[in-house]
Ligand binder design. Structure first.
Ligand code: ADP
Ligand code: MG
Length: 695
């Protein structure tokens, strides 16, 4: 659509075209029309200077200037007094003075837009937008669009206003050539205006109703094509990759279920196993994301799925992000399977050469049923006789390329189950993993007491130590975690060591035993310490976040997080999930200094308020925005131009339904009426590298 070079828009020309391309990535008329305003000024609403002091937002004022002056030596500033009938305030500029100064004329009437603030007890607006009343009134519409621009563009007079002018020219010239991208059916069903009407009104709104209808239509379209792409990808995967058919639920599965499963499954676990069984019996390759909060019991679901694979003559593997975790999975599964004729093995970076060779043989001969390990699993020399099922634990640490490598280990790609203990809000899941099927374990095993979370400031340290002693005397164990953030690693390590020494002083041997693990230790030392703690030989384990994922010591009932304000929400939640795994009441204590940012405060309050991982994920998404959430970098989420995954989540769910409906009626988008959808999708895929990279 409108792939005409932007150069041909009146007022652009070749110099400005180059600049638009390099500064804003705008090279066609289409790009220009999709450069949406990031906000609007309601041109009909003027505030008085006397109201300005009490408002926390940007406002529009009408008044005159006096006392225009430049002050300061090398750090020049431009100041002017702005007044209306109610009072006066200062306008200040620190940069771009040579552009602004010529525009300011004593006594002339101006419209000013900006956010008032107090400086030296005097009200001022720094870097306001300013234009003469005449210029202001010459612009059409009652909402004035405001566009992102850059310093370089501004120097060529392409500030927000300049861009607005170009967009209006483009609309005048090419308005009739704007094709529709959605079908009549969709527009009718979802009550949408046409694309050309939407583009006109988003840039030059007639009134607030037209504006909101325009925005709605454009958001719908943006989300719709992403969902259409993802849903279609999902269908294509299923068609392209014939999965192995695991029809039987046989001896191993039944034996395990009837004789060795140590607890009744929760309803959620049963439901998820059913979903998996359906997938792997369907003849299509499964790509399923299993989301479940920490402690919800994903491991046993994985195990039972792998047993089905065995019953159908296939091998499985389970890949974990760290050695500690891989080993722990291995031990857990070995225990569960100890009386069953199922062969499982462990492969990590530290598996000895001799064992490794034997393991390679046993794998190729088909002797091993289940292989558990770290990244070592994807190395080329690891060859399976018949790999049919792959479980990936904590997937966000594995790249797409690594997954692809696993796929190559058999003639057909194996079924893939990705387990994640980082709940993500449904809207984000739909966008990030929209091409996967999603299962959720939304229920914890019975009998768990909710973890009590407390936030302490530093002054309560003695009380904390007293509490820990009580717990230790009851036979419980304690984690104490310190932040370790890469940029300040040395400093943090010192911090950890100091903390460790302080803890040792407060908990002296022989009465207490304290261990320590951190990333700089040799693997063997780390292992040794982990095992001592696991066996109950140490009361307290001081560590960095290496224990973050998956570690399971049911007797540990207290998690202390030092400098808790420095952790992100999902990390705090992960850490807290290390306790509360046994029958005892567990505690999470968040230690922080008094200096808390408001975001830090919200994070800690959220942790104290709720144990629900999905609720926490929602707050996290709101605090950080989707761009910062794990995995989104490569997902196209940050390329959203107008929709917002947080604010528009209802719309996203609706759009998803429309996309699914369209594809259920016409999976290949081959009908005449869907041709425009097909075309637009192709066009978007060509233009967006990241879309191709989605798993
Ligand atoms: P996660 O989902 O965090 O990986 P795990 O699979 O490690 O959780 O399970 C956490 C703990 O809960 C384990 O000790 C496991 O044995 C136990 N568990 C799992 N399912 C059940 C159940 N249905 N009833 C009781 N305990 C269970
Ligand atoms: Mg787990």
């Amino acid at each position: 659509m409108l792939e005409i070079p932007v150069e041909y828009v009146k007022g652009v020309g070749s110099d400005r075209a180059k600049l638009l391309q390099s500064e804003l990535g705008i090279s066609t008329v289409q790009d220009l029309l999709y450069h949406f305003p990031f906000r609007y000024v309601d041109r009909t609403r003027f505030y008085l200077v006397s109201e300005a002091g009490s408002l926390e937002q940007s406002i529009q004022l009408k008044g005159r200037l006096r006392n225009i002056r430049t002050t300061g030596g090398r750090k020049e500033r431009l100041e002017a007094e702005f007044y209306d009938q109610s009072g006066s305030l200062e306008l200040v500029w620190f940069a771009g003075i040579k552009w602004v100064k010529p525009l300011l004329v004593q006594g002339m009437e101006y419209v000013v837009f900006g956010k008032p603030g107090l400086f030296n007890k005097k009200l001022q607006i720094s870097h306001p937008e300013i234009q003469t009343v005449d210029d202001f009134e010459a612009q059409p519409g009652s909402f004035q669009p405001v566009y992102t621009s850059t310093e370089k563009l501004k120097s060529k007079f392409l500030d927000s206003k300049g861009l607005s002018k170009l967009v209006q020219n483009a609309l005048k010239q090419f308005h009739r050539q704007i094709p529709e991208t959605l079908t009549m059916d969709l527009m009718y069903a979802a009550n949408l205006i046409s694309l050309s009407e939407a583009l006109v009104n988003v840039h030059v709104p007639k009134d607030s109703t037209s504006l909101s209808r325009a925005i709605y239509r454009l958001k719908f379209e943006e989300l719709f094509f992403i969902q259409l792409f993802l849903c279609r990808q999902n269908l294509l995967n299923k068609k392209e990759y014939k999965g192995f058919v695991f029809q039987k639920v046989g001896q191993s599965f039944n034996d395990f279920y009837n004789h060795y499963l140590p607890f009744p499954l929760t309803n959620a676990q049963k439901r998820v196993i059913k979903e998996i069984r359906h997938d792997i019996g369907s003849g299509k390759q499964m790509n399923r994301l299993l989301q479940g909060d920490v402690g919800s019991g994903k491991t046993v679901v994985a195990l039972m799925s792998m047993l089905i694979a065995k019953d159908n003559g296939f091998q499985s593997c389970l890949m974990a992000p760290t050695e500690i975790l891989a080993k722990q999975h291995f031990l857990t599964l070995r225990d569960l399977l100890q009386d069953m004729p199922v062969h499982i093995a462990l492969l990590t970076g530290s598996t000895k050469k001799k064992d490794r060779n034997q393991l390679h043989q046993d794998l190729q001969s088909g002797l091993i049923d289940i292989l558990i390990g770290t990244h070592a699993l994807i190395e080329d020399e690891v060859k399976f006789a018949n790999l049919g099922f792959v479980v990936i634990d904590e997937q966000h640490r594995f790249g797409v390329a690594q997954r692809a490598k696993l796929w190559k280990k058999n003639i057909s790609p194996p079924h893939v189950l990705i387990m994640s203990a980082t709940p993500i809000p449904r809207t984000l899941a739909l966008t990030l993993y929209g091409d996967l099927d999603v299962s959720v374990i939304d229920e914890l095993p019975p009998g768990r007491k909710p973890i009590q979370t407390i936030h302490y400031y530093e002054e309560k340290r003695l009380r904390l130590f007293g509490f820990l002693k009580e717990q230790i005397h009851l036979g419980r164990q304690v984690y104490i975690v310190y932040p370790l953030i890469e940029e300040s690693e040395t400093l943090d390590l010192n911090n950890l060591m100091e903390g460790f020494e302080a803890i040792q002083r407060a908990f002296p041997p022989p009465q207490y035993r304290v261990g320590i693990v951190h990333g700089r230790q040799a693997a063997a030392d780390k292992d040794f310490e982990m095992q001592r703690f696991q066996k109950g030989e140490t009361n307290i384990l001081v560590s960095t976040t290496v224990i973050e994922v998956g570690v399971n010591v049911p007797n540990a009932s207290v998690m202390v997080i030092e400098n808790a304000e420095r952790f992100g929400l999902s990390q705090l939640h992960q850490l807290r999930g290390r306790v509360g795994r046994g029958a005892d009441q567990s505690y999470c204590i968040l230690m922080s200094s008094y200096k808390l940012s408001s975001e830090g405060k919200t994070r800690l309050e959220t942790m104290v308020r709720t144990n629900d991982g999905f609720e926490i994920a929602e707050v996290d998404l709101k605090l950080r925005g989707p761009g910062d959430m794990g995995g989104t970098r490569q997902s196209g989420v940050e390329e959203l131009k107008i929709a917002d995954l947080v604010k528009d989540n209802q719309l996203l769910l609706l759009v998803r339904q429309y996309a699914e409906k369209v594809l259920s009626l016409d999976p290949n988008l081959s009908s005449a009426q869907n041709a425009i959808l097909y075309q637009r999708l192709e066009e978007l895929q060509r233009g967006r590298v990241s879309w191709k990279r989605i798993s």
